[in-house]
Design a protein around this ligand. Sequence first.
Ligand SMILES: Cc1ncc(COP(=O)(O)O)c(C=O)c1O
Length: 436
Amino acid sequence: MNYYNNRRSFIKKASALVGAFSINSLFHQLHAESWKEATKSFEGLSAQDLAANEDYWSVIQQGYSASSSPIIILNNGGVSPSPVVVQQAVERFNQMTNQGPSYFMWQILDQGRESLREGLAKLGGCSVEEIAINRNATEALVTVIYGLDLKKGDEVIGSTQDYPNMMQAWRQRAIREGIVYKQLTFDFPIENDEEIVEKYRKAITPKSKIIHLTHVINWNGQIMPVKKIARMAHEHGLEVIIDGAHSFGLLDFTIPELEGDYFGTSLHKYLSAPIGSGMLWIRKEKISKVWPLVCAGDPRSDNIRKFENLGTRSFPIEQGIGEALNFHNAIGTKRKEERIRYLKDYWAKKAKEIPGVQIQTSLKAEYSCALAGVSVAGLNPSDLSSILFNTYKIHTTSISLENIHCVRISPHVYTKLSDLDRLVEALGKIATKSKG
Ligand SMILES: Cc1ncc(COP(=O)(O)O)c(C=O)c1O
């Protein structure tokens, strides 16, 4: 074969690699057949029955290198590891990129974004024309926060339990432009949707324009009734921004059914996509009025791609999203949600029975899934988290925020029951010692 044929065939292969959804995908090469075989006997089981089936989940666990980590990682809500197949895809794309970045990144890998958009839209149950791919939930949500026209005196209603980056962005607009940023505070856990909806309703005045909502509160895992709040907000003529950092790729919903106007999420949490990947959804008819953070071309365009002008960024990370979708879809969102809720219940229900241990999260299915907060009488959260790590090699995160004080525990599909047994045993020992 001469140079030109060699080169053409190499480029053809390189282009095929970009198609994470094709039969050339790493997922198909590494997992598809063996999973099909290993999981055949579970096909008739409901998601809830399957949630407690260790044979099935042990197959999934093997897909993650984190399942054999020497420390037990129980802060997947912060950031989640990727399955091996996703890590390998990123490495492969990185090697390809470094053969000649300006060519392979901008002419080959760049072609892959449209199929990623399709995959994400399918998972989100929305139109491909409503999805922009970016680097994290902060970037997605701040694009909307800074991109909406508001004038002095216009009100935005949020809560003190939203995510700090978003609160800061609203505060900045308040300082610069004189908008009014009002924040509610909730005494979580709350097991009553109406109580939450009512609080937002009462905060609305004729000057209110936007409600900023967090779908799953990151501090203690409370699932908020976003659809009911959004419906109520629309009845009053307000728009709704939803922070879905802890819900997308975990809870079984479609983005439009939440009835918000804007939705931002990270993909490196429960979807297990490469670290540094995120997504923005904007209802089609609202796209044109949101100013992009970094403008290319017409800022008033109704093309969602106007939000993807991020400057030079990591294409290998972005393209790795495709294998994360393959991995996720092979499990299915409902199964994943039920399994992760089962894992949360598994440790939390046992821990609740230990004298001196308190769970700070509702254990009703509609109010929590992966995340739950735990505290031990006599210990502050940061001491509890340190003991869990230093003595038991269990990594968690401690939360101390106004009225929420706990250690947050968040398992993932690769978490083993034996890891959670170790957590419960550790909490028992710590609580006994703390009392004595
Ligand atoms: C509720 C919530 N929103 C947004 C974010 C920010 O996510 P990222 O770091 O991907 O921007 C987080 C991070 O943990 C979060 O908990």
